[in-house]
Design a protein around this ligand. Structure first.
Ligand SMILES: *Cc1c(COP(=O)(O)O)cnc(C)c1O
Length: 405
């Protein structure tokens, strides 16, 4: 086989449909968020404003987080030096796991190298090791959950997005004695909608199912201590396993699950994706812990963030740029065409110094390609004005539909 030729034609296929992903080579400026430098192909370096970061609250540049990371870097060195089992469990991992359990009101927590790995490994392990388990998975669940379940080869039912009724319809049809697990997210990151957690738990309870909730886009962001939507709604004790990331609102890197001591111990003991990989660097664990502590005590960032999100929405409405209404912090501006979406994004970057990554298939369905705008507490009024007037210019230039103000 001509491998190079095969790779080439597969990549050309992506390019033809506008789904080829190009990276923007940027350097974030610590202490000057949301500013970054962009290394352009022409060799030049230009200043840009980032409008699509998942470091939602700017905690990746928080002075106390950085100070803590520097301190632990000096104290413990760069890496952890091993898997958790073989010399890699550092005191900072232990502290972080205790803190995560506390954040979610659970007995225990277990760290992974990323949120992706935590979903993939935890769901994969539970679904392959619990005999005859049936997993009920929301149709819009993240790729990491889908891949974990696929890998487990368990019985799987896909329920209509955010529909407890459809979940119940499927559960009713199955053997009442079969063990069951319901897997879903709180904030869905592409539409920014939020699951009806209480109603889903009611159905799960009725059929004796475990519940698994991905709060990746909600931890640090919602609830009085940043425990997520389940904390905000007083539902943490109704969820068997809460999963989260340390890489988005907490601004660092890593993933975790929290739950009963036994379920965490079970995953710790049987999950290949936990056991056979090097533990996170101690400085990373310490930085994440500092970020969590900060956001448990301080609501300032969340409040300011909400204010910025509302301000962007208000100004988009003023000029009639259509965006999805939702109860979260994510502002999707639907373009509905992969090539157009990429073209707008390129234009924003090249002509206005505004960086909003186009979101195309397979991350979202074909025909719903979008710009996903994520304001932060550090975007100024002037940043917002510049973004909205740039979008307004582009909307006029390519005669895109507006909505009545
Ligand atoms: C980003 C994301 C993950 C993965 O988390 P990482 O820490 O980035 O690996 C998991 N679930 C959802 C819903 C996500 O959006």
């Amino acid at each position: 086989m001509d491998f190079e030729n095969f790779f080439d034609s597969a990549l050309t296929g992506l390019q033809d449909t506008g789904n080829y992903r190009s990276f923007n080579d940027i350097e974030r400026h610590c202490g000057n968020m949301p500013r970054a430098s962009r290394y352009c192909v022409d060799g030049e370096c230009r200043d840009i404003t980032v409008w699509c970061s998942n470091d939602y609250l700017g905690m990746g540049q928080n002075p106390s987080v950085i100070k803590e990371m520097q301190y632990v870097l000096e104290r413990c060195g760069a890496g952890s030096g091993g898997t958790r089992n073989i010399s890699g469990t550092n005191h900072y991992h232990v502290i972080l796991e205790k803190l995560l359990a506390k954040l979610h009101g659970k007995e225990s927590a277990l760290l992974f190298t990323s949120g992706y790995v935590s979903n993939w490994a935890s769901l994969g392990t539970l679904a392959s090791k619990i005999p005859d388990l049936i997993v009920y998975s929301d149709e819009l669940n993240h790729a990491s959950m889908i891949e974990g379940l696929r890998h487990s080869r368990c019985e799987k039912r896909i329920w209509k997005h955010n529909s407890p009724e459809d979940l119940e319809r499927l559960m009713r049809e199955d053997d009442p004695n079969a063990p069951k697990l319901v897997a879903f997210e709180s904030v869905y990151s592409m539409d920014g909608d939020i699951a009806p957690i209480a109603a889903i738990c009611d159905v799960a309870d009725k059929y004796g199912a475990m519940t698994y909730l991905d709060e990746v886009h909600a931890v640090g962001m919602y609830g009085p201590h940043g425990g997520g939507i389940a904390e905000r709604e007083g539902l943490m004790d109704r969820i068997s396993i809460i999963e989260g990331t340390l890489g988005k609102a907490f601004g660092v890197l890593g993933g975790y699950i929290t739950g009963s001591e036994r379920v965490c111990d079970f995953v710790r003991s049987f999950s290949s994706g936990f056991i056979f990989t090097t533990a996170l660097p101690p400085a990373v664990a310490a930085g994440a812990a500092e970020s969590i502590r900060h956001l448990m005590d301080s609501g300032t960032e969340r409040l300011r963030h909400k204010n910025r999100v509302n301000e962007v929405r208000r100004q988009l409405d003023r000029v009639g740029i259509p965006h999805l209404e939702n109860p979260s912090h994510i502002i999707p501006v639907i373009v509905g065409d992969a090539k157009k979406c990429k073209w707008i994004s390129d234009l924003l970057l090249d002509s206005y110094g505004i960086y909003v990554q186009p979101i195309n298939y397979p991350t979202v369905p074909v025909g719903t390609e979008r710009l996903r705008i994520t304001p932060s507490p550090l975007h100024s009024d002037e940043d917002i004005r510049h973004l909205v007037s740039a979008l307004s210019d582009i909307w006029s230039q390519c005669a895109l539909a507006r909505v009545a103000a």
